[in-house]
Design a protein around this ligand. Sequence first.
Ligand SMILES: Nc1ncnc2c1ncn2[C@@H]1O[C@H](COP(=O)(O)OP(=O)(O)OP(=O)(O)O)[C@@H](O)[C@H]1O
Length: 698
Amino acid sequence: MANFWKPGTERPRLVDDEEGGVLFHYSSSSAYSSGFGYGSIEKQRKRLPIYKYRDAILYLVETHSTTIIVGETGSGKTTQIPQYLKEAGWADGGRVIACTQPRRLAVQSVASRVAEEMGVKFGEEVGYTIRFEDITTEGITRIKFLTDGVLIREMMDDPLLTKYSVIMVDEAHERSISTDIILGLLKKIQQRRPDLHLIISSATIEAKSIAAFFETRRRRPGLEGEELGPKPVPAILSVEGRGFNVEINYVEEAVLDYLRAAVSTVLSILDQESIGDILVFLTGQDDIDATIQLLNEEAYDNGRKSSDLLVLPLYSGLSRAEQDLVFSPTPRGKRKVVMSTNIAETSLTLEGIVYVVDCGFSKQQFYDPISDIESLVVAPISKASARQRAGRAGRLQPGKCYRLYTEEYYTNEMSAVGIPEIQRSNLVSCVIQLKALGIDNILGFDWLASPSPEAMIRALEVLYSLGVLDDDAKLTSPIGFQVAEIPLDPMLSKMILASGQLGCSEEIVTIAAVLSIQSIWISVRGARKELDEAKLRFAAAEGDHVTFLNVYKAFLLSGKSSKWCHKNYVNYHAMKKVIEIREQLKRIMQRLGIGLKSCEWDMQVVRKAIIAGFFANACRLEAYSHDGKYKTVRSSKDVYIHPSSILFRVNPKWVVYHALVSTDRQYMRNVISIDPSWLVEAAPHFYISQAPDFKLAR
Ligand SMILES: Nc1ncnc2c1ncn2[C@@H]1O[C@H](COP(=O)(O)OP(=O)(O)OP(=O)(O)O)[C@@H](O)[C@H]1O
């Protein structure tokens, strides 16, 4: 077991952060009673640390265009500030208060909590909007929670966001790509709408750069309408005080296998602490599935009855119903253990959680514009993330956080904040969004942190090759505008558009829905062989995308049975999510005039539609390769078919992949075999045929 803490013997620690402050010294002066029997909601609201700052916040918002609020996790920023604004009249006269979050789950859960606190019907006065889901009522909703990505999309219909009086950008320190874009856009809007007030909530370290960003006055001649009037300096307010004490524990020695360490830590907590649920932060669905399996086995070996434990996964690919389980009260006599990705890292309050176990890693996107390779890698988290994770304990009573890394590592090696997503991402989606908003000079956009010019140029190239941008780098009509309208990666959107013309939209919409979630398979530690055998039942020689179609059809034939899923190692909740997304995509397609048409098992046209979007991801098997090495056509990089693919070891000569993941090698996930002549057919401007090889068109 990870040899790191001896409950009852070790003192709670105070750790100095880089700015000389104290990171984990949660005040326990709050008047909450210990345990879960807290008082009325009104009393709870008044006991939150932020309550003391209510008047100051309202004064600053009134007198400043931009107010930056810095506060500890759990101080009440997200749930309280929108209510204060409403109470002060900022939603009068039909106006709306917006609060953005980087993550969908946070939007849903915080909106529901605020509706409950206000005693109003969810979806009426308080509502939310996330991609594919709008729970608001036009003309009635006064406080609206939404993802920052959705707010960007709203600008396509209403460029000045006229219905909002105040927009609060929450968790800005996370520096998600959409947060960075929306901050740049909001700064621009403010120049034309001095009546729009912004609140930006952030951790200390990012607050300074955000304040500097909003202070900057830049004259960029030539851009219409950018006359620059006096710009008020942003106010910064620091909210002191936290919820409850969170005791931080570190391992004594670095752990080699964090999955095993997480399981043994959970078991020790269960043994040594008599009440309270546990939240474990892991990196992704694979980790989570494996850890759940291991925990169930070891708990059983340790003599625990499986009925004692309620072990639940939490990641973005789950259906709403399965995510809701995590928020439901723990049944009497059980202990809940939630295994989550960083989806639960910010803004969430899970009521019973007293213990947090933090593995110290998360899956992060990294993009190399030179090789044009984007990979999802397991990378160490930042101190800011570690603080957020610990902050999930101590929300309704004192808690403990067990970090599966050493204190020395935390103090000396862990970076203070992560690299902003905009500087480590493929910018294709970002560029198309800005273009759709009429921002043509992307390099000259007012960035909080500039993305690399190489990544920008790559994105322009890809969009040009997809036929989304014209020679003047403007959106083409109708393709460019239609692709921008579909809220998916432009390659997936282009695939959907092509399927309308090729007569296989019925099949492609299923494939797009499956590719929008992490995985439809259940991965069970130690049952790899069984999973592979199950996959073979649906295997299609063409590859993974067609295999997904087989699974989907068989799932429908089974009457959407969970038993059937279980028997076939198919994740039932993932399949339900596929059906949800599919329905939403169908509605968008209808709006765009793309009729649903089936190609009746002509898988050649299905593959051609995939290529219409993903032709840039073509790879060729290396001649004489014994280990299945492929070269990407675009940049001649070595890549391999991922072992989870149905084409693993089959190694067709030519393939197109959906995404790359990086571990010891670059692996292609979701792969389909192709005829190379289809590449030229789909993108003659991109490829020139030089039999037997291809070269990139220049
Ligand atoms: N769903 C909920 N059920 C019970 N209490 C809740 C709920 N949501 C919030 N709270 C209470 O309100 C407190 C403040 O939550 P809030 O999300 O507003 O804080 P925050 O300052 O935005 O924190 P964070 O930065 O972690 O999002 C929580 O610590 C908890 O005590």
